[in-house]
Ligand binder design. Structure first.
Ligand SMILES: *Cc1c(COP(=O)(O)O)cnc(C)c1O
Length: 465
């Protein structure tokens, strides 16, 4: 060693010349940047900066360590891993993007209980232990028509819990047309296995009749179950037993009928491009004994699995040990209570999901034109086009939401989308026919300048600092 290598173009020498953390901590030119930071944060930023430069040098670049590398590291450290993004995909309930945005009222309620203590499990009248579900049970009863309610972590958990509590060691009868995979690895037969229930499949993929369920009923039957086909459609030569007919059979044979409804709309959602979706109150009214649905799909609240149904069955479910394992925290209860109040008060349009799904197409066209104007101010060529979005989140699989978008034909689309994701507020778009599509359905008016800024930066092929 000691002899400078020439065969590597000076790479080794540059690596050896990397400053130490100690040296950087005392470098006068960095003093102003680091002085106000906790020492641990300053050290973490310097380590990150040096590691990044080392990687750059190893990759064959020649640019040596600069103070600007510390600025970049400080910026990275100051950026949370989980942060807001702008949804320009046109998919409203995008599971990858956090599903339902919460109503302002729900956000405020979360903040009010998150900061300090609250009566989560404390009965203020009696001065003794209370139930964490109490704040939402009355609202859920009122809004669904069910006798009782319970809330757990999500609908997958709710389905698992209901089956474990009502059918463990017994049989659960399900149509072959409903043995679905919801996404993220949630498959009805697997959940069934985990719950300890024995799956009894009846009917065929496309046709299941009342007589199929009837023939499968036995003294060992724990539940008759229906699973909503949330994310696919069955068309053509099909037949299924509606909740009402199945409930009548269940009542006659004294077997509870459980419905995993998934999307869980509380009201019929009517809007351009939307398809009919069974509501929770209609499912309860049709005679389902237990209904499970998501809090953050069509309901537009926090992630939660809501279980409503007959008191005696809910009592059995509540006592199951999984209820404790799947319980929700104070922030979920707070957001759910505030969201349900909006429905109770007839203000469903204040629930963002509801608004996003029902924007009149003229509103979306005007919004796309405003985005286009902002882009032209930045000399970016784009055009407005009608497009179609989706509900997402495994709801209304056939619905195509007529929408409007700005279409960009700048460079290679995948690389362009990557640049947009690198914006300080990342913009998530999609590619269609080799062009970048920015659907405005899920963008607020105040988001448009941010989108235009991100596009401007991406079009220069650089990421913002
Ligand atoms: C989405 C869905 C689930 C899972 O709900 P999560 O709240 O995401 O856990 C379960 N069942 C059906 C029918 C669904 O559509």
């Amino acid at each position: 060693m000691g002899v400078p290598s020439t065969s590597d173009g000076g790479k080794n020498a540059r690596l050896r010349a990397l400053p130490s953390i100690e040296q950087l901590l005392h470098r006068p030119s960095l003093e102003a940047r680091l002085a106000s930071l906790p020492r641990a944060r300053a050290v973490a930023a310097l380590r990150l900066a040096v590691a990044n430069v080392r990687e750059r040098l190893l990759a064959g670049e020649a640019r040596p360590f600069e103070d600007a590398d510390v600025d970049e590291a400080l910026r990275l450290l100051a950026t949370p891993n989980l942060r807001p993004v702008l949804n320009a995909t046109g998919v409203v309930l995008h599971t990858n993007l956090g599903r339902a945005p919460l109503a302002t009222e729900a956000v405020a309620r979360v903040a009010s209980v998150a900061r300090g203590f609250c009566n989560l499990e404390y009965d203020l009248d009696e001065g003794e232990r209370g139930s964490r579900y109490a704040p939402v049970v009355e609202l859920l009863r009122e809004l669904t028509g069910a006798e009782d309610a319970l809330v757990v972590n999500n609908c997958a958990g709710a389905a698992l819990l209901v089956l474990a509590a009502l059918a463990s060691g017994r049989e659960a009868i399900v149509s072959r047309g409903e043995l679905v995979e919801i996404g993220g690895g949630f498959r009805v037969p697997d959940v069934m296995k985990q719950s300890g229930a024995r799956l009894v499949e009846v009917g065929t993929t496309n046709r299941t009749r009342r007589s199929d369920y009837e023939a499968a009923l036995s003294p060992d039957t724990g539940v008759l179950m229906k699973v909503h086909r949330s994310n696919f459609a069955l068309v053509g030569f099909t037949e299924e037993v509606e909740v009402g007919a199945l409930a009548a059979l269940g009542r006659a044979r004294d077997v509870p009928v459980v419905v995993d409804l998934g999307s869980g709309a509380l009201l019929p959602l009517v809007g351009e491009g939307l398809t009919p979706e069974p509501t929770v109150p209609a499912t309860v009214a049709a005679g389902a004994d237990v209904v499970a649905f998501s809090g953050d799909k069509l309901l537009g609240g926090p992630q939660a699995g809501i279980i409503v149904g007959r008191s005696a069955l809910l009592a059995r479910i509540r006592q199951h040990p999984l209820t404790r394992a799947l319980r929700v925290d104070k922030m979920t209860v707070a957001a759910l209570e505030a969201t349900l109040e909006l429905y109770r008060d007839g203000c469903a349009e204040a629930v963002p999901t509801w608004r996003l799904l029902t924007w009149p197409v003229e509103v979306l066209e005007a919004r796309a034109r405003r985005l286009l104007a902002l882009l032209s101010q930045k000399d970016i060529h784009a055009r407005v086009s009608s497009t179609s979005g989706q509900v997402g989140g495994g709801a209304m699989p056939l619905a195509r939401l007529p929408s409007f978008a700005c279409i960009l034909t700048l460079g290679e689309p995948a690389a362009f989308l990557e640049c947009l994701r690198g914006a300080s507020v990342p913009v998530i778009g999609r590619i269609s026919d080799g062009e970048v599509v920015l659907d405005v359905r899920c963008l607020a008016e105040e988001d448009l300048p941010l989108v235009a800024d991100a596009v401007a930066m991406a079009s220069q092929g650089r990421q913002p600092c």
